[in-house]
Design a protein around this ligand. Structure first.
Ligand code: KG4
Ligand code: ZN
Length: 346
């Protein structure tokens, strides 16, 4: 089965072609970062308009790269939520129209399920059951995964998502949008001895997360530096380092706790923040000695992309799931509302 995947939930247009026998045939990504950078964050209306401009040319590009025509497609998967409604509607409308025109099925895919399954695109995919750490711009969740669509929420952020915390810290430090990679880059120059930031919610039992206190601590430290000498480049790097360390260590502690609680030995991390090299390295070095198998997606599939949507859609389309007449997009959509494909209508 050859499935075209369309991702337009936020500020990236991602298109991919996945073959259930031969794997990923081609993929392309267009980032709107330059469109939004001058505003310091994503402007939803501009995002929708840019998806309209880019989606069809990218589909043609991916099909050409795979040496494939539209008539060779067996299904179309598009991101149906959660995300920006206008942006989602572009991918959903184009995806469903294309499928209807070709007489093939379409399916709306959950964006976070796409992220969750992205590590399966690697050469050594994880086996169920596992604990997933989903850390993106809009979500920070620990989820027990027993199979496709069998998800139990173990804990989540009570306020800012991990990626959002990175982005807000970047703003405080005067770094450009999107902030996560910028904070990570600056942290490499930071002095590990200078500041120690609090590790939020590690003393409380349970698996929920909270990053707003850390944000306040970062703000206070920035203000202190400004008052003392003005915020120097070294101050910024030291703060970036302390912030990143606090987030990483908190996530490592919570992941360890989740694995112990569930009696599992496989951890899968996914979502934009899983591109953070310090987090990838710390999870591996801290958990692997205890016998934990740590998986993360290939770097280019950590942040939003079409391959994860094509892959998640392919699994469900292959199992017979299809869009019904009422298919719609959803700004909010808890992942725990998903079910395994057996419950699907044909
Ligand atoms: O999954 P994603 O591409 O989009 C959403 O679904 O939200 O995640 C984007 C988030 C942004 O907040 C971005 O700053 C963060 O992931 N991010 C990073 C890194 N790369 C992306 N955060 C920390 N370190 C990184 N290297
Ligand atoms: Zn995402």
């Amino acid at each position: 089965m050859r499935i075209l995947g369309i991702e337009t939930s936020c500020d990236e247009t991602g298109i991919a072609l996945y073959d259930t026998q031969h794997g990923l045939l081609a993929d392309a990504l267009y980032s709107q970062v330059e469109v939004h950078a001058q505003y310091g964050g994503v402007v939803p209306e501009l995002a929708s308009r840019d998806h309209i401009r880019k989606t069809l040319p990218l589909i043609d590009q991916v099909l050409a790269a795979a040496n494939c025509t539209k008539t060779a497609l067996d299904g179309v998967a598009y991101t149906a939520g959660p995300g920006l409604v206008g942006a989602l509607m572009v991918g959903a409308t184009l995806g469903r129209s294309l499928a209807r025109g070709l007489g093939i099925p379409s399916l709306g895919v959950h964006h976070m399920e796409g992220h969750l399954l992205a590590p399966m695109l690697d050469t050594d995919p994880p086996a169920y059951p596992f604990v997933a750490l989903l850390v993106s711009g809009g979500h920070s969740q620990l989820v027990r995964v027993d199979g496709l669509g069998v998800y139990a929420l173990l804990g989540e952020s009570l306020d800012d998502a991990a990626g959002e915390a990175f982005d807000k810290t970047a703003k405080l430090l005067g770094l450009p949008y999107p902030g996560g990679p910028e904070v990570a880059k600056l942290a490499e120059q930071g002095d590990p001895q200078r500041f120690t930031f609090p590790r939020p919610m590690i003393k409380q039992p349970g698996l929920d997360l909270s990053f707003s206190g850390l944000k306040t601590h970062t703000l206070t430290t920035v203000r202190q530096c400004v008052a003392e000498t003005g915020l120097t480049e070294q101050d910024k790097a030291d703060i970036a380092y302390a912030f990143e360390r606090a987030v990483v260590e908190t996530l490592v502690i919570k992941c360890r706790r989740a694995l112990q609680q569930e009696g599992l030995h496989t951890l899968v991390m996914a979502g934009g923040v899983s591109a953070n090299l310090s987090l990838r390295e710390s999870l591996a070095t801290k958990l692997e000695p205890d016998g934990v198998d740590v998986h993360y997606p290939p770097l280019r599939f950590c942040t939003d992309n079409g391959a994860m949507i094509a892959y998640a859609g392919a699994l469900r389309l292959l199992a017979g799931e299809r869009d019904g007449a009422q298919a719609d997009v959803r700004a909010r959509w808890p992942m725990t509302e998903l079910s395994p494909p057996e419950g699907a209508y044909a």
